[in-house]
Ligand binder design. Structure first.
Ligand code: TYM
Length: 362
């Protein structure tokens, strides 16, 4: 049987695969009073550094806001972090810190399962099976690999190359309907759909084909110093606002953010610097674009940047306060993460069992 060669980026078809196995809604206490109709979402974030305001506005904030709408599974993807060299002690610390920060942002363990990827071995196992149905040509097209591997592609780890297949396993294990992510993950979710579709065609319906849930606004927050580039955890210090930056650092970074030589403070996409800062300002408030533009009509960059810094500081202050409390109790955090994993493990194992059976493993 030959592997289909359809390009992932062409895969725009509707998700047609029904849940092939009964999800374990009963394993979610928060679901007890809900009909089993809620769509499931899965998303992940890497513990490679402290998240920045782009991660927050593009993903985390939506996870938090929509917890009552979906059946939610969120994951600290430590196996993904291993695809680039990590200091083991730092990785351990970053994993716990990130979990604490997600809780501080408002992920509620009663409504969302939060766990660490490596605590459920089915992720790595399913990734292997999916590797065997994923043509290398599909992986060769992944733009994020090209960016992350840089000039010396031969030196990049095999894990970095194979990263999107592990990501597909993350999503497909839980039969997720939706994957709330920023714009940079769109291609990976499309690849996931293609992998699911290929597998289902070859072996019978096994996986739900998920769709990316990407917002129109804030799905691509740009770097402060180079607004034509995406804000990234691996960027230089002045390029991003970390969720744990103290107020004076926030003020300094925003004051130095690149704008342009024009004066008006308006949402003009041809002026990426000011457009990006205005987007952050608008998203952290509750106003329309018009209201924001009216607020700054006749004012200069200095006033706008001061107002933006005030708004960012005010938004992050309660998060930072809760984070300090949560991070100071690693034992409680570990217990919470173990509970999150225990809650979703049966579903992951059920899907893995089915996939193994389908491909002929005895
Ligand atoms: P990661 O850790 O790079 O980013 C976490 C989330 O933040 C979004 N994001 C942004 N959104 C707006 N503007 C930006 N500048 C920006 N930078 C990052 C990302 O799109 C993401 O939603 N591969 C994933 C982690 C992952 C995953 C998964 C996600 C692993 N398995 C399964 C969903 C489902 C990643 O590296 O995200």
């Amino acid at each position: 049987m030959s592997a289909p060669t359809k390009a992932p980026e062409k895969a725009e078809k509707k998700a047609t695969v029904k849940r092939a196995i009964k999800p374990t809604e009963q394993a979610h206490p928060a679901q007890a009073s809900q009909p089993a109709k809620r769509e499931r979402v899965f998303s992940g974030i890497q513990p490679s550094n402290i998240p920045h305001i782009g991660n927050y506005l593009g993903a985390i904030r939506h996870w938090v806001a929509e917890q009552d709408r979906y059946d939610n599974i969120y994951c600290v993807v430590d196996l993904h972090a291993l695809t680039i060299p990590q200091d083991p002690a730092e990785l351990r610390q970053n994993t716990r810190n990130l979990a604490a920060l997600l809780l501080a942002c408002g992920i509620d363990p009663k409504r969302s399962a939060l766990f660490v990827q490596s605590h459920i071995s089915a992720h790595a196992e399913l990734a292997w099976i999916l590797n065997c149905v994923t043509p290398t040509g599909w992986l060769n097209r992944m733009t994020q690999f090209k960016v992350k591997a840089g000039e010396d592609r031969e030196a990049a780890s095999t894990g970095l190359y194979d990263y999107p297949v592990l990501m597909a396993a993350d999503i497909l294990l839980y039969q997720a309907d939706g994957v709330p992510v920023g714009d940079d993950q769109r291609q990976h979710v499309e690849l996931t759909r293609d992998i699911a579709n290929t597998f289902n065609h070859r072996f019978g319906e096994t996986f739900v084909e998920p769709r990316a849930l990407i917002r129109e606004v804030g799905a691509r927050i740009m770097a402060l110093d180079e607004p034509d580039k995406k804000m990234s955890k691996s960027g230089a210090e002045p390029s991003y606002l970390s969720l744990l930056d103290p107020p004076e650092v926030i003020r300094k970074k925003i004051a130095r953010a690149t704008t342009d030589s024009q004066r008006t403070i308006v949402f003009d996409e041809s002026r990426p610097g000011i457009y990006n800062l205005l987007t952050i300002y608008q998203m952290l408030g509750d106003e329309s674009r018009e209201q924001v533009e009216t607020e700054f009509a006749g004012k200069g960059y200095k006033e706008f940047k001061a107002a933006l810094a005030d708004r960012v500081i005010a938004a992050l202050e309660p998060i930072q306060r809760r984070y300090a409390e949560l991070a100071s109790d690693p034992a409680q955090l570990d217990a919470l993460l173990a509970e999150g994993a225990a809650r979703v493990r049966p579903l992951a194992e059920q899907t893995l069992r089915l996939a193994k059976e389908r491909v002929g493993l005895i």
